[in-house]
Design a protein around this ligand. Structure first.
Ligand code: NAP
Length: 254
């Protein structure tokens, strides 16, 4: 990753999957811009970024077009282009995660889709001119198996992840001729702030321990190692892919 510059979106704290990816990419030599959502997270994220080499730390709410423009202008000014983007933002309202799926509200559906799926299109569009300067790039998002199978408590987030994975394929087709690759990692369940919002999350972890071929859950460093592969030139022929990093759970049936 030496000589590569990347933008990482979705760091809340040291347990965030995006933070593990930032840490691993930085250790592999990349220079990074890290964003945080809202003043509430600023101090914590700035403190974490103290361990990175010369990071750019910026606020970004992915639903705010003006903030997206500002972040990419700042990144371009500082890095003179961009090699990769990590998209680790997702959100659904508490009500839409605890009520029966049939009760999903229209506003909650729109918000989950906007933050968790549409934002990948918005970030990719903003990244395009910066990646063209570098002759290509790699865009990576994070998804979950609830996109394709019903995990009862995942609800509207499962629908948003289905849209996100389809978005990966359409973006990959659109941007491939410019040598920009677009992929997702489908991670097994990991205890993070976002995961804490999913009802019954601890029992989901136990089911993975019982049934996944590797008989265990995964941790953020394992997702990060796979991410560094997808962001690097080692994956230069890989695009439109959803890479499962879940101990093999996705392959199991009865
Ligand atoms: P996390 O640490 O809570 O990260 C999610 C991040 O998204 C938070 O920093 C959150 O900020 C941010 N976010 C929410 N709304 C945003 C907005 N409008 N603009 C910008 N950022 C926003 O949790 P995580 O588990 O690492 O999640 C990262 C990604 O991995 C998500 O896409 C998640 O769905 C996916 N994933 C997680 C698991 C798992 O089990 N943990 C498994 C598979 C996939 P706030 O804290 O301010 O809301």
């Amino acid at each position: 990753m030496r000589d590569k510059c990347g933008l990482v979106v979705g760091v809340a704290n040291k347990r965030s999957i995006s933070w593990a990816i930032a840490h691993a990419a930085s250790a592999a030599g990349a220079r990074l811009a890290i964003t945080y959502q809202g003043e509430r997270l600023e101090e914590n994220v700035r403190e974490l970024c103290g361990s990175l080499a010369d990071p750019l730390v910026l606020p970004l709410d992915v639903t705010d077009a003006a903030q997206i423009t500002r972040v990419f202008e700042e990144v371009d000014r500082s890095f003179g282009g961009l090699d990769f983007v990590v998209h680790g933002a997702a959100f659904a309202t508490r009500d839409d995660l605890i009520n029966p799926f049939v009760q999903t509200s229209r506003d909650g559906f729109k918000l989950a889709m906007d933050v968790s799926a549409y934002s990948l299109i918005a970030l990719s569009r903003a990244a395009l001119p910066l990646m063209e300067k570098k002759g290509g790039g790699s865009i990576l998002t994070l998804t979950y198996l609830g996109s394709a199978r019903v995990f009862e408590t995942y609800r509207v987030m499962g629908v948003a992840k289905a849209a996100l994975e389809a978005t990966v394929r359409y973006l990959a087709a659109d941007l491939g001729p410019k040598n920009i690759r677009v992929n997702a990692i489908s991670a097994g369940p990991i205890k993070t702030v976002a995961a804490a919002g999913i009802p019954g999350f601890s029992s989901v972890l136990q089911i993975y321990r019982d049934r996944a071929p590797l008989r265990r859950t995964v941790d953020t460093s394992e997702v990060a190692d796979a991410a560094v592969f997808l962001l690097s030139d080692a994956a230069r022929a890989v695009t439109a892919e959803v890479l499962m990093v879940d101990g093999g759970f996705h392959a199991t049936g009865m």
